[in-house]
Design a protein around this ligand. Structure first.
Ligand code: C2O
Ligand code: CU
Ligand code: CU
Length: 476
């Protein structure tokens, strides 16, 4: 199934000589060298309503190698897709058209929308077929930084470029000098042709697809202009299939001000941040560097498998650090706007609550080549049923030798315990979190968004292989 979709996608590209490609360089205008971005135009002048046009199509984009990817796919001919920008409380209408050759559904990762708009009902029953349109409509009850992506055949379609940032401004947010979404992604290219390598060998299914090119906002050579003294809010999201990122900016520190679900109550300072696939982190960076100098955002290798396990992990990027993008200082120095932390909206549990909703068990059979939840693969994983609007604890036990980023649709959570200890820094609301090897993570939720929701590992190869299940939040 996966292979045939892939062939279909690449054949469609080969067969159509008029496939648009990035020689037109539309993406340069959406993520320019200036420290800024261009959001999708809001077609509705009314306050409180955002209406946008979104179109998925075959688009040969250049990851920065000089060779456009023939099997590339894009939203509005840009990779990442254009920023969906709105304000907390807004009604959002996305007029989506699928101009590709494959069935699609869109998922608004982290936003508490209704089940019909979440992409999963469509994925399981009524996808947006080639040539069809669908209007996604939801009210924003979550502020901060999110992303959207396709939710069918994700290991192939997200790798091909179908992902985009979502910025939801909150009241009281004071714009810093620069507000910059940075989508981190890697692609695995064939060494000779520099085209996307065919997906999904059995080994890749188990280990995850680690790429050969590291990209920030769709290119390996992004440069952003900076001025000494200014303050930047970097909104980071990991859109990789499997790669965990561990990043730092040469000679600068990060102040972590937000996570998956908005701004934190207590920002903290660090020199590097780790993002599992699907996770977001918002960091503030003061431009304390020297005018005229260039500083690189560096990624340090993150090993997915535990030391001394059965699997020897191969990362095509090597063992050390690799540059991801550059910040290029001009010659000026300014007095920046500084940073004002917006009013946080954060969970305040101090530990697990008595009401246990479910304990999940994640396992991997290296020899059999399967990844399972509660001993089964999707759609055979038993349904989890819990009551809505009740504080509920969940435990996720990872009895495998590999990290798994666990993502739950529809509701937000607080991580209260990782392997017997509370997290060192409060992470606010989460929708995606790392479960280290041989470790149990405990989370708590209010479950205030009823419905039947999917949860899954956000290593896309694992998700596509069935490391996923459904949770019914109902009753009351
Ligand atoms: Cu980011 Cu179910 O997905
Ligand atoms: Cu999601
Ligand atoms: Cu996994």
């Amino acid at each position: 199934m996966r292979t045939s979709l892939w062939l279909l996608a690449s054949m469609a590209c080969d067969a159509a000589p008029d496939v648009r490609d990035s020689a037109n360089d539309t993406d340069a205008t959406l993520f320019p060298e200036a420290c800024s971005y261009t959001p999708m135009p809001d077609l509705d002048p009314a306050e409180g309503v955002v209406q946008v046009e979104l179109r998925a199509s075959a688009f040969a984009w250049d990851p920065g190698t000089g060779v456009p990817l023939r099997a590339g796919l894009a939203f509005n001919e840009s990779v990442p897709g254009p920023v969906l920008e709105a304000t907390l409380g807004d009604r959002v209408l996305v007029h989506f058209t699928n101009d590709t050759a494959i069935d699609m559904s869109l998922h608004w990762h982290g936003l508490r929308v209704t089940p019909e708009m979440d992409g999963i009902q469509q994925m399981m029953g009524d996808p947006v077929s080639p040539g069809e349109s669908f209007d996604y409509e939801f009210t924003l009850v979550d502020g901060g930084f999110y992303w959207f992506h396709t939710h069918m055949d994700t290991a192939t379609t997200i790798e091909a470029g179908l992902y985009a940032p979502i910025i939801v401004h909150v009241p009281g947010e004071v714009a810093p000098d620069c507000d910059l979404p940075v989508v981190l992604d890697d692609v695995l290219l064939d060494q000779d042709t520099l085209q996307l390598a065919p997906p999904d060998t059995d080994m890749m299914q188990l280990m995850g697809r680690l790429g050969t090119v590291l990209m920030a906002n769709g290119r390996r050579d992004r440069e952003v202009q900076w001025t000494a003294g200014q303050t930047t809010l970097l909104r980071l999201v990991n859109a990789s299939n499997a790669r965990y990122w561990d990043i730092r900016l040469e000679e600068h520190t990060f102040t972590v001000v937000g996570s998956d679900g908005g701004f934190l109550a207590e920002p903290y300072t660090t020199d590097h941040v780790v993002l599992a696939p699907g996770e977001r982190t918002m960091v503030v960076v003061q431009a304390t560097g020297t005018p005229g100098s260039t500083y690189r955002l560096m990624n340090r290798r993150f090993q997915l498998h535990e030391e001394g396990g059965d699997m020897i992990e191969y990362d095509p990027m090597g063992e050390g650090e690799n540059p991801v993008m550059s910040f290029v200082y001009d010659d000026a120095t300014v007095t920046g706007a500084g940073w004002t932390q917006p009013m946080p909206d954060v969970p305040t549990w101090t530990g697990a609550v008595a009401n246990l909703g479910h304990r999940w068990l994640l396992e991997e059979d290296m020899m059999g080549g399967t990844v399972t939840i509660d001993g089964e693969s999707f759609p055979n994983v038993p349904l989890v049923e819990v009551m809505a609007n009740m504080d509920t604890t969940f435990e996720v036990e990872n009895d495998s030798e590999m990290h798994h980023p666990f993502h739950i649709h529809g509701n937000r959570f607080q991580v209260v315990d990782v392997g017997g200890v509370p997290p060192a820094q409060a992470q606010g609301w989460k929708d995606t979190f790392d479960i280290p090897p041989r470790t149990t993570v405990t989370i708590v939720s209010k479950l205030d968004n009823p419905g039947e929701w999917m949860y899954h590992c956000h290593i896309l190869e694992h998700a596509d292989e069935g490391m996923a299940g459904m949770m019914m939040v109902g009753g009351m």
